[in-house]
Write a protein of this length. Structure first.
Length: 440
């Protein structure tokens, strides 16, 4: 087996890491993962870490779930890939049928992509082209939130609004109508109120409202109420424009029910999914749309949606996603997620009593708090990350926002291990910051 040192040497010399400052890559004592077991990563040196960011928010069933691995093996034995244009295959066809069954009502068609960003690109392109060729070409602008995160491709960035990630690319982006940030307006009520106002006044120019439902994740795990989502649905109906929900993070039970839209009892016109869709095993994504949207592309070859990724509907990904849905049914994954959600809520109530912990909160299988002023470049969160390693927990804070998104089927002892590790790390970092007398 290749040694740990050898892997790190090749990595440091040749890998260009995502979301990683060059100096940190050079200096950091990185994990070298050789395997995964349930919620844990195993390092080449034999140590185990609870992966609190869930392989970047997608590991809903734990690493190497036996059913997922078996499904992957089985599919790989007869078909790894085939194009989905001019042909179809069992996994993509049956998955579409199963996805429609669990989707919010009225979403009957599935367009496959290969990740979350491209799902968002596809949703935006579908909405735009729909209006261009269905009698409302003046509907050209998307209405979005500040702090939204929809992925890192140019279209997804245009719709997003995380300043620290996206500012440098602003000359490349298309124009959107972006509500002022919640920090500026003071509440999500005011932010959504601003959007309702735009819809009332200029709704006939809006191609669609694009939002992360219930949770602005990358902005720092900011939660908002179901009533606001419902109000947006009603307003988009009134203006006859599309509601496009980015459920890439929130889908597959991350917030409790299958979709965050279920909290509000609504159905969007287009819904983007990825991450939990393939339970963190493979890159895979999809956009679910209504029949109305689908039929807007009928009427001749010139009206077709001329967009497709090489790996659209990839058989391995589709087979895994089918197995994910079957596992959710057979193993009552959402019910187990609900038990963990209660446990996380109780833990965050306890964290209220730790001096220096700000706004501890939990929603579904997401728990978060701040250890200093929010913002992606805060360094105290990273001090907590370093300290947590000593307790067997791998975190990936958003600046000073520390969060955990454990697999939905994490056992109670494992969840307690995670929470105890985070608490110990936070206490020692905040104590040090306090003794230093100077908050970072
Ligand atoms: C992660 C994420 C994306 C992007 O998905 P990728 O698979 O990383 O391209 C889009 N939207 C939301 C809400 C996300 O959390």
């Amino acid at each position: 087996m290749t040694s740990r040192a050898r892997i790190l040497e090749a990595d440091k010399r040749h890998v260009f890491r995502p979301f990683t400052p060059v100096e940190d890559h050079a200096s950091e004592d990185s994990l070298v993962v050789v395997s995964g077991e349930g919620p844990y990563l195993v390092d080449a040196d034999g140590s185990r870490y609870f992966d609190a960011s869930g392989a970047w928010w997608c590991n809903h069933l734990g690493f190497q779930h036996p059913r997922i691995v078996a499904a992957l093996r089985d599919q790989a034995a007869h078909l790894c890939h085939a194009a989905l244009a001019g042909a179809t295959h069992e996994s993509a066809a049956l998955l579409a049928e199963e996805l429609v069954k669990v989707a919010p009502a009225g979403l009957d068609r599935v367009f496959y992509t290969d990740n979350g960003s491209t799902a968002v690109e596809v949703a935006a392109k579908l909405a735009f082209q729909y209006w261009q060729q269905n009698g409302r070409p003046e509907r050209r602008i998307f209405l979005t939130l500040s702090g939204g995160y929809h992925g890192d491709t140019v279209g997804a960035m245009s719709l997003g609004g995380v300043e620290s990630f996206h500012r440098v690319f602003s000359p490349l982006m298309f124009e959107v109508r972006r509500a002022p940030d919640v920090m500026e307006l003071g509440s999500f009520e005011a932010v959504i109120g601003w959007m309702l106002d735009v819809l009332a006044k200029e709704g006939d120019r809006i191609a669609g409202v694009v939002i992360e439902p219930m949770v602005q994740a990358a902005a720092g795990m900011r939660f908002y109420d179901a009533g606001l989502l419902r109000a947006l649905r009603e307003a988009t109906h009134r203006s006859d424009t599309f509601l496009i929900l980015d459920e890439v993070f929130t889908g597959f039970g991350r917030t409790g029910p299958m979709w965050a839209a279920d909290h509000a009892g609504i159905s969007p016109d287009l819904l983007c999914t990825a991450k939990g869709l393939s339970a963190g095993a493979l890159p895979f994504g999809a956009v679910l749309v209504s029949e109305r949207v689908y039929h807007g592309f009928g009427g001749g070859p010139g009206r077709a949606f001329l967009h497709g990724h090489t790996f659209c509907g990839n058989p391995l990904g589709a087979r895994v996603a089918l197995e994910v849905l079957a596992t959710y049914r057979d193993e009552s994954v959402l019910a187990r997620g609900a038990e963990n959600a209660a446990h996380l809520r109780a833990a965050m109530a306890r964290f209220e009593r730790i001096d220096g912990v700000r706004n501890p909160r939990a929603f579904g299988s997401i728990a978060a708090f701040e250890v200093g002023p929010s913002g992606y470049f805060g360094r105290l969160g990273w001090a907590v990350e370093r300290e947590a390693r000593k307790h067997g927990v791998a975190l990936r804070p958003l600046g000073n926002t520390v969060y955990v998104v454990p697999p939905l089927i994490t056992s109670t002892p494992d969840l307690d291990f995670l929470l105890a590790g985070v608490e110990a790390a936070v206490r020692s970092v905040l104590l040090e910051a306090d003794l230093g007398g100077k908050p970072a």
